[in-house]
Design a protein around this ligand. Structure first.
Ligand code: AR6
Length: 178
């Protein structure tokens, strides 16, 4: 899978499960506003973390589209979970800056907490209906723009559940870097 070193930061795309990234300091949750279990990424993360995660989340909820909050990872093998609420496509508008804000705010939280590595799922591209390729472009553009501001974060991983989605990420990244 694609792995690039850009301005001292390793950027990679892998096929896999966001809840099984033991070498990353933080994993990002594609959360719901209430920061409850839900399905998809949120279901996998809450199942892996155990019920204490929902308990820690409750005082932080609800969150707004584009917002990110950070918690412990409980039974997951990571230090932290960053919960982002992506836009519901066609409902939370304008979608692009709201999705970009998720990636920017997540990276800012990682920096504030002096984390070295963070893994993202494709926020909003499941239940929230954001077209994958458009969402991928927003995600990579935002991350590439943030690179000069990063100091503690040295490793950013995109974890795609499906092989076809991982391929789209690789293609979009190649195009942006050309
Ligand atoms: N690891 C990595 N990627 C995954 C995983 C996984 N374990 N499971 C699904 N994906 P979604 P959203 C992919 O629906 O669109 C939840 O129910 C999936 O194929 O998890 O932001 C919450 O409670 C898709 O490409 O997040 C919210 O209500 C991407 O991750 C709502 O869904 C995101 O899919 C959030 O919707």
């Amino acid at each position: 899978m694609t792995k690039r070193n850009l301005q001292g930061v390793t950027l990679e795309c892998v096929q896999g499960d966001i809840a099984r990234q033991p070498d990353m300091d933080a994993i990002v949750n594609a959360a719901n506003a209430e920061l409850r279990m839900g399905g998809g990424v949120a279901g996998a993360i809450h199942r892996g973390a155990g019920p204490e995660l929902e308990r820690e989340c409750q005082p932080l909820a609800p969150i707004q589209p584009g917002q990110a909050v950070i918690t412990g990872a409980h039974n997951l093998p990571n230090r932290s979970v960053v919960h982002c609420l992506g836009p519901v496509y066609g409902v939370d508008e304008p979608a692009e800056p709201l999705l970009a804000a998720c990636y920017r705010n997540a990276l800012e939280l990682a920096e504030q907490n002096e984390l070295g590595s963070i893994a993202f799922p494709a926020i909003s591209t499941g239940a929230f209906g954001y077209p994958l390729e458009a969402a991928t472009q927003v995600a990579f553009k935002t991350v590439l723009e943030m690179l000069p501001q990063l100091s503690s974060v040295k490793h950013i991983r995109f974890v795609l559940f499906q092989k076809a989605d991982a391929r789209v990420h690789e293609e979009v990244l190649e195009r942006l870097l050309d």
